[in-house]
Design a protein around this ligand. Structure first.
Ligand SMILES: *Cc1c(COP(=O)(O)O)cnc(C)c1O
Length: 390
């Protein structure tokens, strides 16, 4: 399907709402029926029409059609957070006694679910280095029900060969779930590579303006309808109409934003690599990346998230660098208009900082929509501040 058609027309029946170009926010909790028989039919099949906005809502429906099409999937559900999409996708496919194989550093709240919630229900998880297909083969047990992927993941950007993992899982009737937040469906389409359920935090690039928390889960009609009738309605964390409308607005400019961010990121990477203080830049679509060949085959782009490491002996130098930035904001998340940075040491006690470990000397940088020179000048002046520090 044509991307311009998806973003500008799909799901939008303007004859239904005064030919308004921007769709209405149908801010209602419930829908009224003219006859008892109509109400009966809605009770029988909530997935078939408007009944109650915890389930389906017309504004959310427009968004769902667009997001499913972008993923190349049959259907999708939109949640009030990416974490809720993760939770529903996993919960819908396990029962007591089951086993999950997960990549070793999934998103924080996926990991918490695996480590703290699922064990209470007798579900076990094996973490593996997902860069090698043999590790999946070796970790699968007779009771493995899910393979959980995130490609690339945050910080190190480890990739999994999605086609190979999907093929292996299919041969053993295992459901594959992939967190695609890094690439967005514009730059990677795991569903088309054979992954069963694809999710992303729409908080990031889909919103694009750092003003919405949301998540998307895409898959086959069968899986998605099943999840709608159980986890989605039961957890009750579906997206609200106003936030859905903001995401539709974000989608209009998604390709333009990603293009711009991709171009600026290249310039920022070149700047960082040319700076004597920088030891390494980690970015999946840079030729120095160990899995560059795989990245090129399954990703169309890398967008704006990268990790860089500096030469230093001390945590204080890293703190001084970050505290000196004038425009790049220190904050979690990414995908918005604004450039962001997090030093790894913010997650450590100062006493535990070990300069021998490159990871401790690293920063996660998100390149936003500012002028490239504005971002690079900010980094440069912060490097100047730490120039004389070890
Ligand atoms: C942010 C993020 C999530 C969680 O999404 P929320 O919308 O914050 O709940 C999941 N996975 C990845 C990779 C993320 O970066």
């Amino acid at each position: 399907m044509d991307i311009s058609y998806i973003l500008n027309e799909l799901g939008e029946d303007r004859d239904e709402y005064f030919r308004a170009v921007s769709p209405p926010i149908v801010q209602t909790s419930n829908f009224a029926f003219k006859t008892v028989d109509d109400l009966r039919k809605a009770f029988e099949n909530e997935y078939g029409g408007w009944l109650y906005s915890r389930g389906l809502n017309p504004t959310v429906e427009i968004l769902r059609k667009k997001l499913a099409a972008l993923d190349g999937a049959e259907d999708c559900l939109v949640f009030n957070s990416g974490a809720a999409a993760i939770f529903a996708s996993v919960l819908a496919n396990v029962k007591t006694g089951d086993h999950i194989v997960s990549v070793k550093d999934p998103y924080t709240w996926a990991r918490k679910m695996f480590d703290e919630i699922l064990p209470r229900f007798g579900i076990t998880v094996t973490y593996i280095d997902g860069r090698l297909i043999e590790n999946f083969e070796n970790a699968i047990q007779p009771n493995t029900r899910i393979i959980y992927l995130e490609s690339p993941n945050s910080w190190m950007f480890d990739l999994q060969d999605l086609t190979a993992v999907a093929k292996l899982a299919r041969s053993k009737n295992i459901v594959t779930i992939c967190d695609n937040s890094y690439c967005t469906p514009l730059y990677q389409k795991p569903y088309e590579l054979g992954i069963d359920l694809v999710l992303q935090s729409a908080t990031k690039y889909i919103s694009g303006h750092s003003d919405v928390v949301a998540g998307v889960l895409s898959g086959s009609s069968k899986q998605i309808e099943r999840i709608f009738n159980s986890e989605y309605n039961n957890i009750g964390s579906g997206i609200q109409p106003f936030n859905a409308w903001l995401l539709i607005r974000g989608l209009r400019t998604l390709p333009a934003r990603l293009e711009r961010i991709t171009r600026t990121t290249q310039l920022v990477i070149d700047f960082l690599l040319s700076h004597p203080r920088v030891e390494e830049v980690i970015f999946p679509l840079h030729p120095s990346f160990p899995q560059y060949a795989l990245a090129k085959t399954q990703m169309k782009g890398g967008c704006g998230l990268l990790t860089f490491t500096i030469r230093t002996q001390s945590c204080e130098t890293i703190e001084k660098f970050c505290n000196s930035l004038k425009h790049i904001l220190m904050a979690v998340s990414w995908g918005g208009h604004e450039s962001l940075i997090i030093p790894k040491c913010a997650g450590l006690q100062r006493a535990d900082f070990n300069p021998e470990l490159a990871l401790h000397r690293s920063f996660r940088l998100y390149v936003g929509l500012e002028e490239p020179e504005y971002i690079m000048a900010d980094l440069k002046q912060a490097f100047d501040v730490i120039n004389d520090l070890s």
